[in-house]
Design a protein around this ligand. Structure first.
Ligand code: AMP
Ligand code: GLY
Length: 423
C-alpha cells in the first residue's frame, strides 16, 4: 500500500512512525513533512492547504490511503475533494470537521444532546456580549468560534479584562474571521484529560488517555502554547471517570453527529475537565492531539493502518483496539522565546543517539535540512518521548534523553508529568 500523510509536525511524525510499522504498507509520502519524517517517508513539497496539488499528487501516485493529520485542511474540506476523486481518505468530511471548526456549533450540539459541558452563550454582536458580561460571574472564559491555533481562548478575571477580550476577538479581529462569533462560557476548575478515539460513523473506540501541558513555563505559568509535553496514561482517568464518559459523552457525541446528518469518521479528540460535578467536555478536536499523539501512538499495539481502514469502511466494531500496559512521557524541546518570537536555523546535535526504537523516540516538529545538516525550524523543535514500565520510569527516561540533544536556545519545561506524583 502507498500512504500519503498531510502535515508537518510532531503529530505527523508519530503518525508516520505508526504507519511505517503496519504490515500492509510499502511506501509512505508526507506533504510537506519535515527533516525527521524524511527518514521514514518521501517528503513532497506541497503545503497542507494546497488542495488541488494534493489531489493531483494522490491521483498521479495512485495513493491507496491519505491520512490528514491537521485541523485546517480537515475544516477546509480536503477529505471531500479527495473522496470525490475516489481516493480513500482517513479523516472527517467538512460537514463533520465543524465539530472542531466551530466552537458555537459544538457547544450547541452538546446543549441539544445533553452532553456535559460548561454553561455558555454565543454572540455575534460585541455590544450584546458586553451587556451579558456586565452581570456575569468572574472568572469567565471567552472563545473565538473558529480555528485559532489553540490560542483563541481567553480566561478573564475581571469585567475590564473581558471587555478588552471582546474587543480584541470581535473588533480588532486578532484571530481574523475566527472571532466573528464568540462563545462566552462558565469557568470550570479541575484536572484536564485528553482522550482520543477512532470513529467510523457509528462505532467509537477510545484510545489510552493522556494529559497535555499547555503553558510555556514550569508550574503552568506563562503563555498558552500548542503543548509543551504529555504523559500517558493519565492516572486521574479512573475506571469511574471512563464509565461516566462512556455513558454520557463518547457514544452520545457520535450519535448526535449522525442525527444531525454529519456522520463523523476519523479521530475525535475529547478535551475533558474532571470537575467536582463530574467530567465535562472542554473542547472537541477532529484529529490527533499534538503532542498527545507522541505518547499515545507509540503505545498502540494494533496496526494503525488497519484501524484507520476500519473507520473508513464502517467496520470498527470488529476491531480489538489494544494498547501496551506501560507508560510514556513526551518532553517538547522548543526554541527559547516560543510561543512569541524565536530564532531558527541552529544545527541540532545528538539525533543519532535515538537508536532503541522501542523505548526512545525523537519526533521532529520544527526541523529542516540545510546544507546536509538538520537545523531548528520552528517554535516546537522536537518531541522527546520515552516509555517505561510506569509513569515515573517513563519520565526519568524521557528527561535523560533530552540531554542527548543539543542546539542553541534549547528550551523545555522541567515538570512534565509532575502531577503524577500526586496521583
Ligand atoms: P480549548 O481550546 O477550548 O481546549 O481551551 C484551551 C484551554 O483553555 C483548555 O485546555 C483549558 O485549560 C482552558 N479552558 C477552556 N475552557 C475553559 C473553561 N470553561 N474553564 C476553565 N478553563 C478553560
Ligand atoms: N495538544 C492539544 C491539541 O493538539 O490541540
Amino acid at each position: 500500500m502507498k500512504v500519503l500523510i498531510v502535515g508537518s509536525g510532531g503529530r505527523e511524525h508519530a503518525i508516520a512512525a505508526g504507519v511505517a510499522k503496519s504490515r500492509k504498507v510499502d511506501e509512505i509520502f508526507c506533504a510537506p513533512g519535515n527533516a525527521g519524517i524524511a527518514e521514514i517517508a518521501k517528503c513532497v513539497e506541497i503545503g497542507a492547504m494546497e488542495f488541488e496539488k494534493l489531489v493531483s499528487f494522490a491521483k498521479e501516485e495512485q495513493i491507496d490511503l491519505v491520512v490528514v493529520g491537521m485541523d485546517d485542511p480537515l475544516v477546509g474540506g480536503l477529505v471531500d475533494l479527495l473522496e470525490a476523486e475516489g481516493i480513500r481518505t482517513f479523516g472527517p468530511r467538512k460537514n463533520a470537521a465543524i465539530l472542531e471548526g466551530s466552537k458555537a456549533f459544538s457547544k450547541n450540539l452538546m446543549k441539544k444532546y445533553q452532553i456535559p459541558t460548561a454553561a455558555y452563550e454565543t454572540f455575534t454582536d460585541s455590544k450584546e456580549a458586553i451587556q451579558y458580561l456586565e452581570t456575569a460571574k468572574f472568572p469567565i472564559v471567552l472563545k473565538a468560534d473558529g480555528l485559532a491555533l489553540g490560542k483563541g481562548v481567553l480566561i478573564c478575571n475581571t469585567l475590564e479584562e473581558a471587555k478588552e477580550g471582546v474587543k480584541s476577538l470581535m473588533l480588532d479581529k486578532k484571530f481574523g474571521t475566527a472571532g466573528n462569533e464568540i462563545v462566552i462560557e462558565e469557568f470550570m476548575t479541575g484536572r484536564e484529560v485528553s482522550v482520543l478515539s477512532f470513529v467510523d460513523g457509528k462505532t467509537i473506540k477510545t484510545m489510552t488517555s493522556a494529559q497535555d501541558h499547555k503553558r510555556a513555563g514550569d508550574g503552568d505559568t506563562g503563555l498558552n502554547t500548542g503543548g509543551m509535553g504529555t504523559f500517558s496514561p493519565s492516572p486521574f482517568y479512573t475506571k469511574e471517570v471512563e464509565a461516566f464518559c462512556n455513558q454520557h459523552i463518547y457514544q452520545a457525541t457520535v450519535d448526535a453527529m449522525r442525527q444531525e446528518g454529519r456522520e463523523f469518521k476519523g479521530i475525535i479528540f475529547f478535551g475533558l475537565m474532571l470537575t467536582e460535578e463530574g467530567p465535562k467536555v472542554l473542547e472537541y478536536n477532529a484529529r490527533f492531539g499534538d503532542p498527545e499523539a507522541q505518547v499515545v501512538l507509540p503505545r498502540m499495539k494494533s496496526d494503525l493502518v488497519e484501524v484507520m481502514e476500519a473507520c473508513i469502511d464502517g467496520t470498527l466494531d470488529q476491531v480489538d483496539l489494544q494498547f501496551e500496559d506501560n507508560a510514556a512521557v513526551c518532553v517538547v524541546l522548543a526554541s527559547d522565546g516560543y510561543p512569541v518570537s524565536y530564532e531558527k536555523g541552529f544545527p541540532i546535535q545528538g539525533l543519532e543517539k535515538f537508536q532503541d526504537q522501542d523505548t526512545y523516540y525523537c519526533f521532529h516538529a520544527g526541523t529542516a535540512l540545510k546544507d546536509g545538516k538538520i537545523v531548528t525550524n520552528g517554535g516546537r523543535v522536537l518531541g522527546i518521548t520515552a516509555k517505561g514500565k510506569d509513569l515515573k520510569e517513563a519520565r526519568a527516561n524521557a528527561y535523560a534523553a533530552t540531554d542527548w540533544i543539543q542546539f542553541e536556545n534549547k528550551y523545555m519545561r522541567h515538570d512534565i508529568g509532575k502531577a503524577i506524583d500526586e496521583a
